[in-house]
Design a protein around this ligand. Structure first.
Ligand SMILES: NC(=O)c1ccc[n+]([C@@H]2O[C@H](COP(=O)([O-])OP(=O)(O)OC[C@H]3O[C@@H](n4cnc5c(N)ncnc54)[C@H](O)[C@@H]3O)[C@@H](O)[C@H]2O)c1
Length: 445
């Protein structure tokens, strides 16, 4: 018989997980403190925006329900996944308070249950957490020992916002930190029927899995900073082109092509904070953290570099700058630590006029944008009358920018387009918009 699943936390990861499991035939109960999210799920509406998610929820609604009643969810399921926030503390380390609160509730509910129950922590936690305070809390709350009637696993997801459903269905790898063989085997069995990519399974103890999770993200950030470093070299070397170099570099299988595109600083809710948590962990352990620190420094430098290019392209502070793209990457409305938002804030502080647009990330514009920044629904409205246009997110829509510019009256056309992603098909980072064909980079001093 298929195990019944409960998912604690119906946010950016939890909602897709609920839908993906339901789409593979599992009965799934979602639990969240946020009653609005619970109501939405029960009405068959996705509480978060993510490609394919609404479709999956609609098609599989008969196997999906949601509740705020933790006890009922635990008693009605065999496996509970915990995907609640683990915010960064002032020391840079992730804080387990939300996870521990969920564990306490699940543990208390387990007192009323005799049959085997598996608790799975999917939230990103610091090494030492699952085998330490999480296990202790679960045992204290349930009055049972982990490995004896209850199992505990650490099972992080390796997804990217904007492709969460796809990434959950087609992972490269399933990482399982397990309290014991029975717990890990039950979880592995579930993933064999929910994944479509025949992933590698890596089963290990808790601390190895916790370190592996955070190492994957910090390796990727190192790769991005490396590509951005090459991008700057290329801007300063006559005849050099970053994409030509990184395509060849990535063809070496020791390196690989993914996340090797020189462009803007990495952002989002995970990469910057995971890299800082990695550094904080190293410091706590007395280990050398130079590489993680350099990655972070090179990342912050990308914003300064881009800002300097923008200011150099302005004739005066009364010139307007258009920022295209507020989300930290395409296909998500998430603006946390995004390059676009950071530039908007920095330019506003310098009293530069700014206009912005984004295909999906303007819903919270009122709360995130500084006073005076104009948000527009279309690219054309955004760029009309601006001196400089900066493409911060590689949304597909921005490929049409050259055409849209030619449709404006000459006096309304921007002088320069800064296109770090090469969305408009020109190799240079700074393009004189009057001539996309024969664009020449301008000196950045
Ligand atoms: N977002 C990402 O890209 C990403 C990627 C990998 C890992 N993670 C990790 O996954 C975890 C969750 O991230 P997210 O982005 O889905 O967060 P989120 O903020 O989008 O969603 C978390 C949800 O948990 C709910 N919640 C909090 N306490 C609860 C409790 N006791 N019981 C039930 N629900 C509760 C909140 O109301 C919220 O809806 C974090 O540890 C994060 O680091 C996130």
């Amino acid at each position: 018989m298929m195990p019944r699943v409960s998912v604690f936390g119906l946010g950016k990861l939890g909602a897709p997980m609920l839908a993906v499991f339901a789409s593979k035939g599992f009965e799934v109960i979602g639990v969240d403190k946020n009653e609005r999210f619970v109501d939405l799920i029960n009405q068959g509406i996705s509480p978060v925006e993510e490609p394919q998610l609404q479709e999956l929820i609609s098609v599989n609604s008969e196997r999906i329900e949601a509740t705020i009643d933790t006890r009922a969810a635990v008693l009605d399921s065999d496996i509970s996944f915990i995907i609640v926030p683990t915010p960064s503390g002032v020391d840079g380390l992730f804080c387990n308070d939300f996870v521990l609160a969920a564990i306490e509730e699940i543990g208390s509910a387990l007192r009323a249950k005799d049959s085997y129950h598996l608790v799975v922590v999917t939230s990103t936690v610091m090494p030492g957490s699952t085998g330490g305070e999480i296990r202790e809390k679960l045992e204290a709350a349930s009055g049972r020992l982990v490995g004896d009637g209850i199992g505990l696993c650490y099972n992080p997801e390796f997804i990217a916002l904007g492709s969460v459903v796809r990434d959950m269905l087609r992972p490269d790898m399933i990482l399982i930190g397990e309290s014991d063989h029975k717990a890990g085997a039950m979880l592995a069995e579930l993933y064999r029927s929910t994944t479509e990519s025949n992933p590698e399974f890596h089963r290990m103890n808790f601390v190895n899995a916790e370190l592996c999770k955070i190492s994957v993200n910090t390796f990727v950030t190192t790769k991005i900073s490396y590509a951005n470093m090459i991008a700057e070299f290329c801007e300063r070397l006559d005849g050099a082109d970053v994409d030509t170099v990184t395509h060849a570099l990535g063809a070496d299988t020791r390196i690989g092509k993914k996340y090797l595109k020189g462009a803007v600083a990495y952002g989002g809710p995970c990469f910057p904070r995971d890299n800082r948590a990695f550094t904080a962990l190293g410091e706590k352990l007395g280990a050398n953290t130079a590489l993680a620190e350099a990655t972070d420094k090179i990342n912050s430098y990308q914003t300064e570099r881009l800002l300097a290019q923008i200011l150099l392209a302005l004739d005066s502070r009364s010139d307007r700058v258009s920022i295209l793209g507020l989300s930290y990457k395409p296909n998500t409305p998430v603006t946390e630590c995004s390059q676009g938002l950071e530039l908007v804030r920095r330019l506003s502080k310098l009293n530069v006029n700014v206009s912005v647009s984004d295909p999906v990330a303007l819903q919270n514009a009122d709360t995130i944008l500084p006073n005076g920044v104009q948000a527009h629904a279309t690219i054309k409205e955004t760029i009309c009358g601006s001196a400089v246009v900066v493409i911060c997110t590689a949304w597909k829509d921005y490929a049409s920018l050259p055409l849209l510019i030619t449709e404006l009256a000459p006096s309304d056309r921007p002088r320069f387009v800064i296109d770090p992603w090469r969305c408009t098909g020109v190799a240079q980072q700074i393009i004189n918009s009057s001539d996309y064909e024969a664009a020449k980079p301008i000196e950045t001093a």
